[in-house]
Design a protein. Structure first.
Length: 259
């Protein structure tokens, strides 16, 4: 399994429009500190699978390597907006998997083009795609939302965004499943007192402590968290780090930067 973070930001992204905080100012100067909409790609058996589709330039990368399937965590705009242009393409249809959501993103459902929306996935029911097993797990968000537990027979990786805490049944499943790598929503800084729909970094670290995976990465990062980390660098456990756009995971879950 090869995994790459395509985007690690929240819906406002970094830099946030009109913001002159230290994180946004830095991101306007250094592209390495920019964050696009939260999404990722996985390569298994020479096939590319996309986790969410929030990037507005998605059609370009899909022309370079047509995805075998999309796995959508939920139907908020920042996780599906890249599909609107892509759908009017030509060629073979592309399966799109996601949660059961009758409303979903209605215009995509009505005018899907090359996108082949599959029936909503049932939590904890494993889907097999060649040597890749995908088990959807429910998350806590304002719309029906799924995380994805990926297993290629060698590495087990759990991708868990967007969520505030974890449902009891999801946390129980993850403890029994034994992830090698957990990628978890950590949108807000520790100083954020009233989180909605997303973890603070403190809550994310508490979840990681309970699940105790060998490696963990934090994603769906807001400009507020980046700014707090610049002002007061957090002391993270050795096995945990904050992900960056364009970084990849090698075998065993170790991070490397992609040129």
């Amino acid at each position: 399994m090869e995994f790459r973070f395509i985007g690690t930001g929240d819906s406002a992204q970094v830099p946030r429009f009109g913001c002159d905080c230290v994180a946004c100012t830095k991101a306007r100067v250094f592209t390495s500190h920019q964050r696009g909409p939260c999404c990722a790609e996985v390569w298994v058996d020479g096939k590319r699978y996309l986790l969410d589709a929030g990037r507005t330039d998605l059609a370009h990368s899909c022309e370079l390597e047509r995805p075998a399937a999309f796995f959508i965590t939920h139907y908020h705009a920042d996780h599906v907006q890249g599909l609107f242009h892509l759908r009017w393409g030509t060629g073979a249809s592309i399966p799109v998997y996601g949660p059961k959501d009758a409303q979903g993103c209605a215009d995509l459902y009505r005018n899907h083009g090359v996108l082949d929306f599959q029936p909503g996935l049932k939590p904890f029911k494993t889907l097999k795609l060649d040597s890749l097993s995908v088990t959807p797990v429910p998350l806590n968000h304002s719309k029906p939302t799924l995380g994805y537990c990926l297993d290629d027979g060698g590495t087990r990786l759990a991708y868990l965004t967007d969520t505030l805490g974890l449902p009891v049944e999801t946390e129980r499943f993850l403890r029994d499943w034994g992830a090698d790598v957990i990628i978890l929503d950590a949108c807000h800084p520790a100083s954020h007192t009233h989180p909605r729909n997303h973890n603070t970094i403190t809550q994310a670290l508490e979840i990681i402590t309970r699940l105790d995976p060998p490696r963990a990465y934090l994603t769906h990062i807001s400009h507020d968290l980046d700014a707090e980390c610049i002002a007061h660098p957090p002391v993270l456990p050795a096995k945990v780090r904050i992900a960056r756009d364009g970084e990849s995971l090698e075998d065993g879950g170790k991070m490397r930067a992609v040129s």
